[in-house]
Design a protein around this ligand. Structure first.
Ligand code: DAH
Length: 351
């Protein structure tokens, strides 16, 4: 054979290999018989790949290496593609044919309410029974609604950067440090009777530890009408304590100070862990503090446009984390914001 002819022959072989490679790449088959037909067409003894293999002996010696490599590649590709097709119909078959429509669905893990949400809701539900309804306000607040309207003196430490997160200094925009700011907003808009609960998140510039966090939750209650007295407050507090911690719970009020109430008090409940006998939890006193309260200071009413000669009111506020700790004996506050499923899964709620 002349060199020219030999070369031409090899070009013909390479073209044919390329053409088959492209064909094989786009092979499709939906059934096992179709795949078998393809296998016969390409890979059986009389198949196209085998035919090329047979022709290989006619390839010129100096071209054998290149053509040989390409031929082997073709053979491997063909085998691979046929195997792929087989696998894909096997997989499809198992999902198409083996579906049991009567089987119950794979179990979906149900989430639970966060313990803080459970207790917050419980407190709100109890107060709702006394005729309170929910009011909400912004977490980003101004000085007036958080401090000034609530009778905080200009030099009150809460106004300090160390206790409050300021967003800007002038005008003074800050993250609310208590939900009492919602009281201000409601009183400014609405004349008595007012009977509201303000649940929500509050922020304080505290170092995070097992007993303090830079954010936590409060529920606040405010009742303003004609002739509201401290006796009304005490009755509401006793009801709240018994509903939250059980009918045997006792309360005691200790005089205290808040800028926005006068007189002010802190409420203790009989320790729900030792029943009042004394234990390490209540530091052997038999009592644990749960909230602050008092009669709304007339200055606050006047600041918000309510006539303090006609109306009186009481307010109370508590930390939800504190109540949750008491109810569930969670010793480390940080657990509430770590999102550890092992912790969260332990709380169940009916709704
Ligand atoms: N705002 C107070 C605090 O964050 C809690 C509080 C105390 C709220 C007495 C009240 C109240 O409404 O009367 O510590």
């Amino acid at each position: 054979m002349y060199p020219f002819a030999r070369k031409k022959y090899n070009i013909h072989m390479i073209d044919k290999i390329n053409q088959l490679l492209a064909e094989i790449d786009s092979l499709k088959a939906g059934k096992a018989e179709e795949i078998e037909a393809l296998r016969i067409k390409y890979l059986s003894k009389k198949g196209e790949v085998s035919a090329l293999m047979n022709d290989f002996r006619n390839v010129a010696a100096d071209q054998k290496r290149e053509v040989g490599i390409r031929l082997n590649e073709l053979k491997e590709k063909a085998q691979e593609r046929i195997n792929q097709l087989k696998e894909s119909i096997e997989n499809n078959q198992s999902s198409d044919d083996n579906i049991d429509l009567t089987r119950t669905a794979a179990p979906v893990e149900l989430g639970t309410r966060h313990p803080i949400s459970i207790v917050k809701k419980e407190i709100c539900d109890i107060l709702r029974k006394l005729g309170f309804s929910i009011a909400e306000g912004p977490e980003i607040e101004d000085d007036w609604h958080v401090f000034s309207a609530l009778n905080f003196a200009d030099d009150h430490p809460a106004r300090d950067m160390q206790d409050t997160f300021f967003i800007s200094r002038s005008p003074e925009i800050l993250l609310r440090t208590h939900t009492s700011s919602v009281q201000t907003r409601v009183m400014e808009k609405q004349q008595p009777p007012i009977r509201i609960i303000c649940p929500g998140r509050v922020y304080r510039n505290e170092a995070i530890s097992y007993r303090a966090h830079c954010f936590f939750h409060q529920v606040e209650a405010l009742y303003i009408d004609k002739n509201v007295s401290f006796a009304d407050l005490k009755q509401a507090l006793l009801f709240l304590a018994k509903e939250l911690f059980g009918a045997d719970t006792k309360i005691r009020l200790r005089p205290s100070y808040f800028p926005f109430t006068e007189p002010s008090a802190e409420m203790d409940i009989s320790c729900n862990i030792c029943g009042g006998k004394g234990c390490p939890f209540c530091k052997h006193t038999g009592w644990v503090e749960i909230l602050g309260c008092g009669m709304v200071d007339p200055n606050v009413l006047e600041n918000c446009g309510i006539d303090s000669k006609v109306y009186t009111g009481y307010a109370l506020g508590m930390g939800v984390e504190r109540i949750t700790n008491l109810k569930y004996r969670v010793k480390d506050l940080r657990m509430f914001s770590e999102n550890d499923k092992r912790f969260l899964e332990q709380f169940e709620s009916a709704h």
